[in-house]
Design a protein around this ligand. Structure first.
Ligand code: HEM
Length: 416
C-alpha cells in the first residue's frame, strides 16, 4: 500500500478551473485520453471559474503567434496567473522589454553558438552515462546530473553550488502553474528560492566582475558565455538594470534545468515502453535528431502555457475580452488528430516528412531560447543511454505534482 500523502490545499477546485483534474493519479499516469474527452466539446471552452482552455493545436498556435495576446492586460492590472509569475524575467514580459532582454541573453544560444558546445555536451553525457550501471533511478543517476551540470557550467556556477541552485529551481518552476492550482504553501517557498537565486547571482556576478571566477571553458576551448554577455551589456552599454540581470540569470538556470530533466526522463520512458523502436534507433543513430523531435511531441515535458488577451477580440468565433486568460494545453495539442496523423503512435521517423512542428518548445516570440541546447543534451544523453540497452525496472513511476510541466520524479531502470 502506498503511504497516504498529505492533502494539499489549493486556491481553486481544479475541475472547476480547468475542466479536468490534473492531480488525479489516472490523469498523471496517462493524460491523453482525458484530453481527448475534453476536446470533444469543442476547440475552445470556458470553465466555470474563469479561464478559457484549449487543447486544439490550431488554437494554441494562433494564440502563441498573435500579438494581441501577451503576459499582462494593458488595463485592469495583471491577471491572477501573471501575479504569481511576476519577477521581471523576460519570459513573463511583453515587448519591448521582452525583445530587448531576450536578445541580450540569446547570443549564447544561437544554433552556431550551440554547435560550439557539442564536444563539451557529448563529453558530459559520456561521463554521466558511463558512470552508471545496474538498478538506478534514471532521474537521480542521469537526467538531473546532466541537465544541472550543463546549465550550471554554462553559467559559470562552481560545481559545489549546483545542488543548491537545483533545489531552488524546483520551487520556481512550480510557480509557472496557474495560481489557483498552486498549493497554498508554494508562494513562500518560491519567494525564498527567488531570494536565494538573487543573492547567489549577485555574488557570482561580483566575482566575475572582479575576475575571481573564470568564464566557462571546456576541453581547452572557450564556451559561449551568457553570464559574461549579460554583465558586459549592463556595464558597458547600460542595456539592462541590475534586477533584470539577476532575473535573467535565474530564468536561464530554471528554464534550462527542470524541463530538460523531464524531457530526458519522458523520452527514455517512451523508448523503454517501445523496446522494438529503441532497438531500431540503436541500429540507426543517424535518425536520433529526428527521433528526439518525435519523443518531444509524444510526451512533452511542457503541458500548459497561458496568455492574457491584451484587447477585446474574436477567436474561433468566440468573443474574448481584454484581460481574460487563455490556457493552452500544448501537451494535448501535440496529440491533436487534426494536426498529426495517428497522434498516439510513437513514430520515430515522423519528423522526416512535412509534419507540423510540435509545441513542446512553444511558438512565436517566446519560443524557447534554449531549444538548440536542449536538443543537443537530449540527443547526446539518449544516444549514449540506448547503447547500454536499458530496461524498465519494477517499481512505481512517480510523477511530479506540477501542472504546467509533466515529468517523472523517479524512473527505475536497469542499465547493463
Ligand atoms: C521558453 C520549453 C530547455 C531557456 C520556453 C517555452 C517553452 C520551453 C515551452 C515558452 C514558454 C511560453 O511561451 O510561455 C523548454 C523545453 C526544454 C527547454 C521543453 C527542454 C526540453 C531550455 C534550455 C534553456 C531554456 C536548456 C537554456 C537556458 C528558455 C528561455 C525561455 C524559454 C530563456 C524564455 C523565452 C522567451 O520568453 O522569449 N522553453 N525549454 N529552455 N526557455 Fe525553454
Amino acid at each position: 500500500d502506498r503511504v497516504p500523502t498529505t492533502p494539499v490545499a489549493r486556491r481553486a477546485d481544479p475541475v472547476g478551473f480547468l475542466g479536468f483534474d490534473p492531480f488525479d493519479p489516472a490523469f498523471k499516469a496517462d493524460p491523453y485520453p482525458h484530453y481527448r474527452r475534453f476536446s470533444a466539446s469543442g476547440p475552445l471552452r470556458r470553465t466555470p471559474s474563469g479561464p478559457w482552455v484549449t487543447a486544439s493545436y490550431s488554437v494554441c498556435t494562433q494564440v502563441l503567434r498573435d500579438p494581441r495576446f501577451g503576459r499582462w492586460a494593458r488595463t485592469g492590472g495583471p491577471a491572477p496567473e501573471a501575479e504569481a509569475a511576476k519577477g521581471l524575467n523576460f519570459m513573463m514580459q511583453d515587448p519591448p522589454d521582452h525583445t530587448r532582454l531576450r536578445r541580450l541573453a540569446g547570443k549564447a544560444f544561437t544554433p552556431r553558438a550551440v554547435e560550439r558546445m557539442r564536444p563539451w555536451i557529448e563529453e558530459l553525457a559520456r561521463d554521466v552515462v558511463e558512470g552508471v550501471s545496474g538498478r538506478v533511478d534514471l532521474l537521480d543517476a542521469l537526467a538531473r546530473p546532466l541537465a544541472t551540470r550543463a546549465i550550471g557550467e554554462l553559467l559559470g556556477v562552481p560545481a559545489a553550488d549546483h545542488d543548491r541552485l537545483a533545489a531552488w529551481s524546483e520551487a520556481c518552476i512550480r510557480a509557472l502553474d496557474p495560481l489557483p492550482l498552486q498549493p497554498v504553501d508554494l508562494r513562500p517557498r518560491m519567494l525564498e528560492a527567488r531570494a536565494g537565486f538573487a543573492g547567489y547571482f549577485r555574488g557570482l556576478i561580483a566575482d566575475r566582475r572582479a575576475g575571481a571566477v573564470p568564464a566557462p571553458r571546456a576541453g581547452g576551448a572557450d564556451l559561449p558565455d551568457p553570464l559574461g554577455d549579460l554583465i558586459r551589456a549592463r556595464d558597458e552599454e547600460g542595456a539592462l538594470n541590475e534586477d533584470e540581470l539577476l532575473a535573467t540569470c535565474r530564468l536561464l538556470f530554471v528554464a534550462g534545468h527542470e524541463t530538460t530533466i523531464h524531457a530526458i526522463a519522458n523520452s527514455t520512458l517512451a523508448l523503454l515502453r517501445h523496446p522494438d523502436r529503441m532497438a531500431w534507433l540503436k541500429r540507426h543513430p543517424e535518425v536520433l535528431p529526428e527521433a528526439v523531435e518525435e519523443l518531444m511531441r509524444f510526451d512533452s515535458p511542457t503541458h500548459l502555457l497561458w496568455r492574457v488577451a491584451l484587447e477585446d477580440m474574436e477567436l474561433e468565433s468566440t468573443r474574448i475580452t481584454e484581460g481574460e486568460v487563455v490556457i493552452l494545453l500544448v501537451g494535448a495539442a501535440n496529440r491533436d488528430p487534426a494536426a498529426f496523423t495517428d497522434p498516439d503512435l510513437l513514430d520515430l521517423t515522423r519528423y522526416g516528412g512535412t509534419v507540423p512542428r510540435h509545441l513542446t518548445f512553444g511558438s512565436g516570440i517566446h519560443f524557447c531560447s534554449g531549444a538548440a541546447l536542449a536538443r543537443l543534451e537530449i540527443q547526446a544523453c539518449l544516444g549514449r543511454l540506448i547503447a547500454r540497452d536499458p530496461v524498465l525496472d519494477a517499481g512505481p513511476l512517480d510523477y511530479s505534482p506540477g501542472v504546467a510541466g509533466r515529468g517523472l520524479d523517479r524512473l527505475p531502470v536497469i542499465i547493463g
